[in-house]
Design a protein around this ligand. Structure first.
Ligand code: C5P
Length: 226
């Protein structure tokens, strides 16, 4: 799979999404639909996007008992999206159940390791994890790989350490920023840094959706990453 910039479409409803997409006219960017939009618009929106030629990463970050996640993936793969996300911290049995349901279908599974909004300090004080971020991400990458999961979601800073051991595991990295902004992302990097670290795909939301000129911002990020 080639390098891609995926736009995180964190909008409240389809009207806001379509207004945004109208700016892109003949372009067909790779889109990420997450909980906010999916919970308000449901699977019908995904069918509309797919029938209009968009590639979709359905970022629902599933985390439940293996039976529930397996059955949910069985439903979701019918939408024929490119990627669906689950949490690696749901454990091996959950990831194996997800894999079994996605097997032989066109959808790839991505396992979220440690959210890019979590800092080393949070990891220790709130999640009571004594290992470093690198060790934790590498551990989740290892168990995801063992379960046959196609890729992981991590910050650009952990890509090198993951690729050293699991070169064919896709590394999808959100947390893309130019400046030390004051929003929720804690482990962020610029598009060129993500490229240098070896990210396969970057996920970018607010730096594009909140830009004065979203198309210009998208093209700039693309030119620096690809
Ligand atoms: O607006 P921003 O660029 O921060 O958007 C990043 C997107 O990536 C959000 O939709 C968020 O849900 C998602 N994401 C993330 N960190 C992860 C996994 C997904 O920021 N570890």
């Amino acid at each position: 799979m080639g390098k891609e910039v995926i736009i995180a479409c964190d909008f409240p409803d389809r009207q806001r999404l379509f207004t945004f997409l109208n700016k892109f006219l003949d372009r067909r960017p790779f889109l990420k639909v997450g909980m906010e939009l999916f919970y308000s618009e449901g699977p019908d929106l995904i069918r509309v996007l797919k029938s209009n030629g968009f590639r979709v990463f359905l970022d629902l970050k599933l985390y439940d008992i293996p039976n529930t996640v397996g059955r949910t993936i069985k439903n979701l793969v019918n939408l024929e999206v490119e990627f669906i996300s689950i949490h690696a911290s749901g454990g091996k049995d959950m990831m194996l159940a997800a894999k079994e349901s996605a097997c032989g279908r066109g959808t790839k599974l991505l396992a979220v390791t440690i959210l890019t909004s979590i800092s080393q300090c949070h990891l220790k004080s709130e999640l009571l994890i004594e290992n470093t971020l690198d060790e934790s991400v590498k551990h989740f990458a290892k168990i995801a790989y063992a379960c046959g999961i196609d890729g992981i979601v991590c910050s650009p800073f952990e890509v090198e350490i993951v690729k050293t051991s699991f070169n064919d595991l896709l590394c999808v990295t959100p947390g893309i920023r130019y400046f030390n902004e004051t929003d929720d992302q804690k482990r962020f990097a610029q598009p060129a840094q993500a490229k240098e670290f070896g990210s396969d795909l970057i996920v970018v939301g607010r730096p594009i959706t909140g830009a004065v000129d979203p198309v210009e911002s998208y093209e700039k990020i693309k030119s620096e990453f690809i």
